[in-house]
Design a protein around this ligand. Structure first.
Ligand code: ADP
Ligand code: ADP
Length: 226
């Protein structure tokens, strides 16, 4: 059994037009897989379904053998980073990262420790007291990443996290994401429409089109495709 399994997923927003069409997909533990495909093919819908933000018309989703299809988002142990920075503008870097832990009423000393650990992991030492508006795009996405993983989720979902970052810096951030993902062994689904990005990052690439997975394989196999 794979770590994450989507089985025969169907999803519509209007009760008629299926956006995800009998889609099945498996992700192995510790892998970073990319979902590659044209705009509108259903990539975000698939991620949001896994995170628990969308109700499926049919099908099941399991994580580590556990059926999560009808679990609320808070019970799925998933961290998420979106394309648009979703940081709280009136909180500093460390307050942004600590937010989820504070909501869970964790002990202050533990919060401090975990936040310091995260700051080190994403290489933001010295930026603890900065506000989002004082940070570059890449730095903001690293804060968003730290916030997503500080709770030690089992699964990390990244929805085009680097598409608003310029090409040169994107390379450096890709490497950092890969390093962190492997270090923490978080099973990760990374949505992109950038083939080079998929090539560099993936253990496995899943090519989506029109609500289905059309092809899956190692990056080198997928790209020798005519
Ligand atoms: P992708 O991430 O591949 O660009 P999406 O999952 O965002 O694709 O969207 C797939 C399709 O579902 C698109 O046609 C989009 O317009 C539609 N869609 C996405 N979200 C909603 C929504 N909340 N309500 C209605 N239609 C939606
Ligand atoms: P941004 O300016 O958008 O935040 P990055 O976060 O990718 O861009 O990096 C900013 C600078 O810091 C770059 O010059 C990059 O090479 C350097 N840098 C980023 N991460 C590391 C790291 N882990 N080790 C050393 N240098 C780094």
């Amino acid at each position: 059994m794979s770590y994450i399994e989507f089985k025969n997923i169907q999803k519509s927003y209007d009760g008629e037009t299926m956006i995800l069409k009998d889609l099945s997909l498996s992700v192995e533990e510790g892998h970073l897989v990319t979902l590659l495909g044209p705009s509108g093919c259903g990539k975000s819908t698939l991620l949001r379904s896994l995170a628990g933000f969308e109700r499926l018309d049919s099908g099941t989703i399991t994580i580590n053998g556990k059926d999560v299809t009808n679990l609320p988002p808070g019970k799925r142990e998933i961290g998420m980073v979106f394309q648009q920075y979703s940081l709280f503008p009136n909180m500093t870097v460390e307050e942004n990262i600590a937010f989820g832990l504070k909501m869970q009423k964790q002990d202050k000393t533990i919060i401090k420790e975990k936040v310091a650990q995260m700051i080190a992991i994403v290489n933001l030492s010295g930026k603890e007291k900065k506000y989002p508006k004082e940070l570059s795009g890449g730095q903001k996405q690293r804060v968003a990443l730290a916030r997503a993983i500080v709770n030690e989720p089992k699964v990390l979902l990244l929805d085009e996290p680097l598409s608003a970052i310029d090409a040169q810096l994107r390379k450096s951030l890709q490497k950092q994401i890969q390093r962190i993902q492997k270090e923490l062994n978080i099973t990760t689904i990374f949505v992109t429409h950038d083939q080079d990005e998929a090539m560099i990052l993936s253990d496995v690439v899943h090519v989506m089109n029109d609500g289905k997975v059309e092809q899956s394989g190692k990056p080198t196999d997928v790209y020798t495709h005519p």
